[in-house]
Design a protein around this ligand. Structure first.
Ligand code: NGO
Length: 546
């Protein structure tokens, strides 16, 4: 784990003294175009050309089409500028993001819109063909003189920038100044996503993760063009989001976690910061409040939510399926209304996840009764419901999304929901659950749906995966990371890397690009960049790491 660009930890970690001084000068120089760090040409003799310039064919997720021109290369130099339509504040924001990304390693100013585009410049343009690129695609043209990213909107520009990061030598991801050269091979990439929804999930309920840790994960997700982060904000072991109308949810319900640690929660201000940070990386936060089961933390906080009027103790184990809100009490729905109202107001995205999984302590009849009261509340506050696939049996309206988490490729209720018009989000537990062990020797993680190797995580096609669910009903894929056994960022990274990029490719790349033998080669080449970023990944023996 390493700091995000906005959350400095110790910037001098691993840095030799002389470089540390340079870095501190640069950090003090600010991040915007106004105060550029000192620009300098590398001294003669320092500049070593090397063959560490990646191929245009190395990108993950695999782009729609790639043409590489041998020989020629574009060169980011001390005087390289970034150009963008000045009247689009979103495009300018992407330009500044790219600048912040490359300044620490190159030591160059990379000024935004300093003058008109010239030699060695990077140009971000909003002139892409909508027909070819849609809302989210981009086209990258690289020749000796210029690197241009064309898109129809800032989203496509941002994805083009993520691709550019992978085309530079891995040391471009460094936190401190490194010697170039900073070259990109010439050619053209045309790229757009197969599915609209490429999601990850982080369980902050079983173990709590601080804002900075969530930001670090967001940065890791963004580089693989993930565009949703679903946050599992409540469970038996903890309630993690401030709700003004029910304050004990956090002060009591958020005060512990699995194993009995001190837990924690996000204030509204902190949560707003997560939402803002994610959105600056093109990621929408999807909040989940799990109900009617997985609610022990709420039940422990308010006695009146229990059918017998008695609050249970806080829970720090990892069993599931034992808790339930009281279906027949009116106060349950006042509680749900308040919570959904406040959570809806905190998140700009369209969907609000209401859980609905493993309600083993609720009868089927009660479950339907509960959902028939709760689904309209979600809609009343302007959100569209999303829930784990069990809630399909409660007949949510056809705009609702159903998240499949089973371990087979057939489920009658999910197929019926798709036939009724519900979109299906795929997170089959034996394929996309990042919390499953890699093999029986993996110390972290659970194994109820696994173990799951990198190849197993990659080798399936979301479009044709589920019986009787056509590709047109698939919203996309999600890689959930449950945290029963995970307590810090290093452990998050170990479980997510390298399976997260596998799921990201399944969500983005077209079916004919999905190919395990190509993927494992490309994955191996990502490792130097992860090392620069301080990502602690699992060295699966299936991947030909160099
Ligand atoms: C299940 C369960 C979660 C566990 C997870 C662990 C769903 C949707 N409900 O997935 O409570 O944390 O497995 O893998």
């Amino acid at each position: 784990m390493k700091r995000t660009r906005e959350t400095p930890r110790n910037p001098y970690r691993r840095i030799p003294a002389a470089l540390a001084l340079a870095t501190s000068a640069m950090l003090a120089g600010g991040t915007l175009s106004v105060a550029a760090p000192q620009q300098h040409e590398p001294q003669a003799g320092q500049q070593r050309d090397s063959d560490d310039t990646p191929s245009l064919h190395d990108v993950i997720p695999a782009p729609t089409s790639v043409r590489e021109e041998p020989g020629e290369k574009f060169h980011i130099k001390w005087n390289t500028g970034i150009h963008t339509p000045p009247d689009s504040s979103e495009a300018v924001e992407v330009a500044h993001y790219l600048q912040r990304q490359l300044r620490p390693s190159t030591g160059y100013g990379l000024l935004v819109n300093r003058d008109s585009p010239g030699r060695n410049d990077i140009v971000l343009r909003l002139d892409g063909s909508r027909e070819r690129l849609g809302e989210s695609g981009y086209r990258m043209d690289v020749d000796q003189d210029r690197l241009t990213i064309h898109a129809t909107g800032s989203e496509g520009l941002f994805y083009g920038v993520q691709t550019l990061r992978q085309l530079l030598p891995a040391k471009a991801e460094s936190d401190f100044p490194r010697h170039g050269p900073w070259k990109v091979r010439a050619g053209e990439i045309v790229d757009k996503p197969r599915f609209e929804r490429r999601s990850a999930m982080l369980d902050v309920a079983r173990h709590f993760f601080e804002v900075g840790q969530v930001k670090t994960y967001i940065d890791q997700l963004a580089q693989y063009k993930i565009n949703y982060l679903h946050m599992h904000l409540s469970d038996d072991q903890g309630w993690r989001i401030q709700i003004d109308s029910w304050p004990r949810l956090t002060t009591h319900g958020g005060s512990t976690e699995v194993g009995g640690g001190e837990g924690g929660y996000y204030t509204k201000r902190e949560f707003a910061e997560i939402v803002r940070y994610a959105s600056s990386r093109n990621i929408t936060i999807v909040p989940e409040i799990d109900m009617p089961g997985h609610t022990n933390a709420a039940l422990a906080s308010y006695a009146e939510l229990n059918c017998d009027g008695e609050a249970p103790d806080l829970y720090t184990g990892i069993k599931v399926g034992f808790s339930s809100l009281c279906i027949d009490k009116e106060i349950t729905y006042e509680f749900v209304d308040d919570v959904i109202r406040e959570v809806a107001a905190m998140t700009p995205g369209q969907y609000l996840h209401i859980g609905g999984d493993e309600a083993h302590a609720t009868t089927d009849e009660d479950y339907r009764k509960f959902m028939s009261r709760v689904l309209p509340i979600v809609e009343k506050y302007g959100k569209t419901p999303l829930g784990w696939h069990e809630y399909a049996k409660a007949n949510p309206s056809e705009s609702a999304m159903v998240q499949y988490w089973g371990t087979t490729n057939s489920n009658a209720e999910v197929a019926e929901a798709a036939a009724r018009g519900n979109e299906i989000l795929l997170s089959p537990a034996h394929k996309s659950y990042l919390d499953q062990k890699y093999n029986e020797d993996t110390e972290l993680g659970l194994d109820w749906a696994g173990p799951t190797t990198v190849r197993e995580a990659y080798d399936w096609d979301p479009g044709g995966f589920m019986k009787s669910v056509p590709e047109s009903s698939i919203a996309g894929v999600e890689a959930p990371l449950w945290s029963e056994t995970l307590t810090n960022s290093d452990e998050i990274e170990f479980m997510a890397f390298p399976r997260l990029p596998a799921i990201a490719e399944l969500g983005w790349s077209s079916a004919d690009e999905l190919d395990w033998s190509s993927f494992r080669q490309r994955l191996a080449k990502q490792a130097p960049s992860w090392e620069e970023q301080g990502i602690d990944y699992y060295r699966s023996e299936q991947i030909p790491w160099s």
